[in-house]
Design a binder for this molecule. Structure first.
Ligand code: FAD
Length: 388
């Protein structure tokens, strides 16, 4: 297959949650689309917990990211509903909120200050006492002293989303080519397709680079065009609980790092996640799993009784400013949809809408101004990440 020649309006390099979402939305706008990926959905997307949690994940320095996150969160219900209707698959979209809890006096103070900051941003959060936290979530540790409930936070199962996107995109005529893209072909100073491992080619008017943490490593591009994306390793563990084991997504700062538990509708609980600067290392380590279990047990002691279903390490596509890189590059015909770091699941609907709109010839403006916040041009002239 990979030795064939394909022709389409758009070639998407990379079939993770971002590339597949872009392909599906572009096809819905009437464009013919080829997605090239040797193993769709096997990257960071396979590791992701699936939290759609811009409120509980807000930080003091990342307001533009918050704006993107809130806008994409608002798009998720319609995105999930349309995807389920087109694919016939349920993506386990739940909007039951995040409970962020604190243990010691210092933690309680820090969480209170964060709640004040959230109030200033007019984010919908509610302060809870320790008792109220345990009433909302009976499996919480008795030592929880207080918390905040971000009732609007939601989550999906990213692996189900990938399965649904593959089905829905297929129904819309998207061609999936199971091959690695080795380089971008150019003609007259513009991108005109890609070369595939094994000798094949895709000819296209537009190329969208959506190869996640690997987006900085394509051949054939002028200097300064590839994004400075780096891999940020995250280890997770999945446990099997009874449905209803947890009703909310639960998170807290334990031993100085952020730990979370995300319940699925079928009773599965995802524990996450490490953040490690280890290059392209995807080994699941004993130390990584130990820390996940140790921290999650502080939040919800009962997890030690649950069966281990799966462990996995994925590579988040990180950028120097933690914002994604979305939009046209200095090479005509080449667009980027990458660098989503910790929030690619959350940001998929907004990214796909924006990129598909541009591919279809529109000039999507909107609020938030995705083009201004995420422009690849902000890194122009900067070297791509040095990893191979
Ligand atoms: C442990 C962990 C937990 C996370 N939790 C959350 C969360 O709760 N909420 C959230 O919003 N985000 C979360 N994320 C982040 C999220 O997973 C990513 O931002 C998102 O998956 C990025 O999607 P992507 O499609 O850009 O990249 P990926 O999913 O990595 O997909 C990239 C694809 O490109 C393909 N590819 C690579 N090179 C080539 C090539 N040369 N040619 C063709 N194809 C290629 C790969 O096979 C892969 O399928 C988490 C990430 C991790 C690691």
């Amino acid at each position: 297959m990979a030795s064939g020649t394909y022709r389409a309006d758009v070639c998407v390099a990379g079939g993770g949650l971002i590339g597949l979402s872009v392909a599906w939305r572009a096809a819905a706008l009437g464009l013919s689309v080829v997605v090239a990926d040797p193993s769709p959905g096997s990257g960071a997307t396979h590791a992701a917990a699936g939290m759609l949690a811009p409120v509980s994940e807000v930080t003091y320095t990342e307001e533009p990211l918050l704006r993107l996150g809130m806008a994409s969160l608002a798009r998720w219900p319609a995105f999930a509903a349309e995807l389920s209707a087109e694919s016939g698959m349920d993506v386990d979209h739940r909007s039951d909120g995040t409970l962020a809890v604190a243990f010691g006096a210092d933690d309680v103070t820090a969480l209170g200050e964060l709640a004040d900051f959230m109030d200033k941003l007019r984010l919908p959060v509610e302060r809870l006492t320790g008792r109220e936290c345990r009433r909302a979530e009976p499996m919480l540790a008795p030592s929880v002293r207080g918390g905040i409930l971000a009732a609007g936070d939601a989550w999906v199962d990213p692996r189900r989303v990938v399965a649904a996107l593959l089905a829905a995109a297929g129904r819309r005529g998207v061609t999936l080519v199971p091959a690695r893209v080795t380089g971008v072909t150019t003609e007259g100073g513009a991108a005109r397709g890609v070369r595939l491992e094994g000798g094949g080619t895709v000819h296209a008017d537009h190329v969208v680079l959506a190869a996640g943490a690997w987006s900085g490593a394509l051949e054939g591009l002028p200097p300064g065009v590839l994004p400075p994306v780096r891999p940020v390793k995250g280890q997770i563990m999945r446990l099997r609980g009874a449905p209803g084991f947890l009703g909310h997504c639960v998170r807290g700062v334990v031993h100085g790092s952020s730990a979370y538990l995300v319940p699925r509708g079928d009773g599965e609980v995802v524990l996450g996640a490490s953040q490690e600067e280890m290059g392209f290392d995807t080994r699941v380590t004993a130390g990584g799993l130990y820390e996940l279990l140790r921290d999650a047990r502080e939040l919800v002691p009962g997890i030690t009784e649950l069966e281990v279903v799966d462990t996995f390490a994925g590579l988040r596509p990180g950028t120097p400013d933690n914002l994604p890189v979305i939009g046209p590059t200095s090479l005509p015909g080449l667009m980027l949809a990458t660098g989503h770091h910790r929030g690619g699941v959350l940001l998929a609907p907004l990214t796909a809408e924006h990129v598909a709109g541009e591919l279809a010839g529109g000039r999507p403006e909107g609020d938030p101004p995705v083009a201004a916040i995420c422009s690849p041009m902000r890194f122009a002239g900067r070297a791509a990440h040095p990893y191979p």
